[in-house]
Write a protein that binds this ligand. Structure first.
Ligand SMILES: Cc1cc2nc3c(=O)[nH]c(=O)nc-3n(C[C@H](O)[C@H](O)[C@H](O)COP(=O)(O)OP(=O)(O)OC[C@H]3O[C@@H](n4cnc5c(N)ncnc54)[C@H](O)[C@@H]3O)c2cc1C
Length: 376
């Protein structure tokens, strides 16, 4: 009898898991559980404020892909899991499985007072559109950009896109001929923000800010956000638009499960992406916490690498074979400025960081097109 496999979440990890499962097993009964049959290409949201991308470019309907690949779709949010993980509870009914891949991504810590006054740039397409619309109405003023981490799991943060929003906004204002009417301020609790990208990359990022006249306030934790200001430990910055990316944590539905959790609230995964103590149950992507180097990114590329391994190991385990393939930790990132991109690659003990080039900017756009082609 063919195995019933449920993948929960239709982001990078979920869709890569499904593609890998179908490639490896033509007969498996695959079910996707997600709120909508859509893939949101989050890295492209950095280009919403400039109009280089629209919602239609980045929200990819999945109906045709699911039909082609014979994947059933259960429109729902996961709300819990049976003790043996063989029944996923959702807000539109239970889904039974022989194997499960959890790929529900991360959500944001909203603990800082006044966080509602900041736009969280990584919250998706709507946030990118909100930044675009707010920038269009402003005649001038101060724009503040920053990111935080999860104190319980400092690796659970995402800084790269915030650098991209800073540089992209600066380029956009210059193109529009109104850069002189705006002050741009980048703030960070760290004296060397973006350390996960490696020291050379941090130097290049801070150098790029100096070159572009972007002010930095470093080494001070944000205390609260107000409608027109950011209050740091010692410094208060007037702000007409605040973009802040808080630290990441696991999705709330995990609280209704007995899955093992990391200090930061993520599903604990092993080097093989298996959830310890749960048969035929795997986790991939931003929603998991995995052993590895302290620079292991919460990134689409890393999510894809984990999802491929999770899918292959799940099929092996279902066949009674050794499921011991380990995923590779790898950071590949192009920090885009709207006209150039800075390429950073980390693998093992090696780090490559190249100054901004036009080629890297074009490569980022070309990669997006190629990545989304199978889903169109
Ligand atoms: C602005 C921005 C720029 C970025 N740039 C890059 C980049 O250049 N390179 C890169 O590699 N990465 C980049 N990233 C990071 C990348 O987008 C994430 O790491 C990636 O989306 C993680 O994939 P995921 O599948 O784990 O989670 P997600 O893509 O977040 O997908 C999670 C899925 O789970 C679903 N879900 C959530 N809760 C439930 C529930 N209860 N039940 C069912 N489904 C649920 C969601 O609807 C979604 O479909 C960027 C992110 C942002 C926001």
């Amino acid at each position: 009898m063919s195995a019933r496999i449920t993948v929960v979440g239709s982001g990078f990890a979920g869709m890569t898991a499904l593609r890998t499962l179908r490639r490896q097993d033509r007969d498996a009964e695959l079910t996707l559980v997600a709120p909508a049959a859509e893939l949101h290409y989050l890295p492209g949201t950095i280009w919403l404020p400039s109009g280089k991308r629209t919602r239609e470019d980045l929200v990819v309907p999945l109906e045709a892909f699911l039909r082609r690949e014979r994947i059933a779709f259960h429109a729902a949010r996961a709300t819990g899991l049976s003790a043996d993980a063989r029944v996923l509870h959702t807000d539109t009914g239970d889904v039974r499985n022989d194997g499960l891949v959890i790929a529900t991504g991360a959500c944001f810590l909203r603990k800082l007072p006044g966080i509602e006054h900041a736009i969280i740039p990584c919250e998706g397409v709507a946030a990118g559109e909100a930044i675009r619309d707010r920038l269009a109405t402003l005649e001038g003023g101060t724009l503040c950009f920053g990111f935080g981490s999860n104190p319980a799991e400092p690796i659970a943060m995402r800084g790269g896109p915030v650098f991209e929003f800073v540089f992209g906004t600066e380029t956009l204002l210059r193109r529009q001929g109104r850069r002189d009417r705006f002050d741009l301020v980048f703030f960070s609790p760290s004296a060397r923000p973006g350390q996960r990208l490696g020291d050379r990359a941090v130097g290049m990022l801070l150098g790029e800010m100096r070159k572009r006249g972007i002010e930095t306030v470093l080494g001070e934790k944000p205390q609260r956000f107000e409608a027109d200001a950011v209050q740091l430990e010692r410094t208060r910055i007037d702000s007409d638009l605040t973009l802040f990316m808080p630290g990441l944590t696991g999705q709330a539905w995990l609280d209704q499960t007995t899955l093992p959790r990391s200090p930061g609230g993520f599903v604990q995964g092993s080097e093989t992406c298996r959830v310890p103590g749960f048969a035929n149950t795997y986790v991939a992507g931003d929603g998991g916490s995995f052993p590895g180097p302290d620079w292991m990114p919460k990134q689409a590329h890393q999510a894809d690498l984990q999802a491929e391994v999770a899918a292959r190991n799940l099929l092996r385990e279902l066949r009674g074979e050794a499921a011991d393939e380990r995923f590779r930790s790898e950071l590949v990132c192009i920090v885009d400025t709207l006209e150039r991109g800075m390429l950073v690659v980390r693998r093992g003990t090696r780090t490559l960081a190249l100054p901004p080039t036009r080629l890297a900017h074009w490569s980022k756009a070309a990669f997006e097109k190629r990545y989304l082609r199978p889903f169109r």
